[in-house]
Write a protein that binds this ligand. Structure first.
Ligand code: SF4
Length: 261
């Protein structure tokens, strides 16, 4: 029998869960379904933002503006391959698994050790054997894809192909995780007090508690996303701009090695 990770519950805005769940499933399986990437991306059709919109707004409002102007947002295959690791932890942790050919970012020895730590994690059941995967969650204010969901005690996890910070999660991922937790709470009619962010190329998972501060940042991103009706100013943050996929069209000058010589 499965044991569940402990997730606190308290009162939040409640909605009937079943009709919402059924309507989500119908949308996903309708003859002309929206692409999942529409929800992972930033197609903006109404006042409900996508999780990706909010993460982009938290990173840089101008980035969100560019994302919305893109017709399509395709997730690169390299990113998909890294994310797929998150759905194979038990196999990857096996002593005879061939990790040399996997897109991991640490040594096989370190990776196995990290997966060994994951097995002791409170959320191991969600991480290794979730009730649902690639779930479209539709909340009151935001919708998007949650990579793993458990239903008995509503719990959600998002998968990142990137590197984890030293501690916690990156700020845009925190906003995205809060959005997913709030959307799951809205659909299930139960409070969700934390979400998880997985970094499968490192075999790490981080917990995002829905603290007052994190919820405030979520609301701030929501307000930003709703208010954008033209190109916002560039931000003054070289580190962010250097890592931004829109830096060439944004006109941001990045310092190449040649320019430093
Ligand atoms: S390059 Fe910098 S200012 Fe431009 S969208 Fe990206 S993060 Fe924002």
């Amino acid at each position: 029998m499965r044991t569940r990770s402990s997730v606190n519950t308290s009162s939040v805005a409640r909605q009937p869960s079943v009709p919402n769940a059924i309507s989500s499933i119908r949308r996903l399986h309708s003859p002309t379904p929206k692409r999942l990437t529409d929800y992972g991306g930033s197609r903006h059709t109404d006042s409900v933002s996508t999780f990706a919109d909010l993460a982009a707004a938290a990173y840089c409002p101008r980035k969100l503006y560019y994302r919305r102007r893109d017709d399509e947002f395709e997730i690169p295959e390299t990113v998909r391959a890294k994310r797929r690791l998150a759905f194979r932890y038990p196999n990857l942790a096996a002593p005879d698994s061939d990790l040399a050919s996997e897109p991991i970012a640490v040594t096989p020895t370190q990776y196995r050790a990290n997966l060994g730590c994951l097995r002791e994690h409170d959320a191991w059941e969600l991480l290794a054997q979730p009730d649902r995967t690639e779930v479209l969650l539709e909340g009151k204010d935001a919708r998007g894809i949650a990579h793993k969901v458990d239903d008995e005690t509503p719990t959600v996890s998002l998968v990142s192909a990137g590197e984890p910070p030293e501690e916690g999660v990156w700020a845009p991922q925190s906003v995205r995780a809060v959005a997913a937790a709030k959307a799951l709470a809205w659909e299930s009619g139960e409070s969700v007090e934390r979400a998880y962010v997985e970094y499968p190329t490192h075999g790490r998972v981080r917990t995002v508690e829905l603290t007052t501060r994190k919820k405030a940042r979520y609301r701030e991103a929501l307000a930003r996303a709703r208010s954008i009706d033209g190109p916002p100013s560039r931000i003054d943050n070289d580190a962010k701009c250097d890592a931004c996929e829109y830096r060439s069209r944004c006109g941001t000058k990045t310092r190449s090695l040649r320019s430093l010589l």
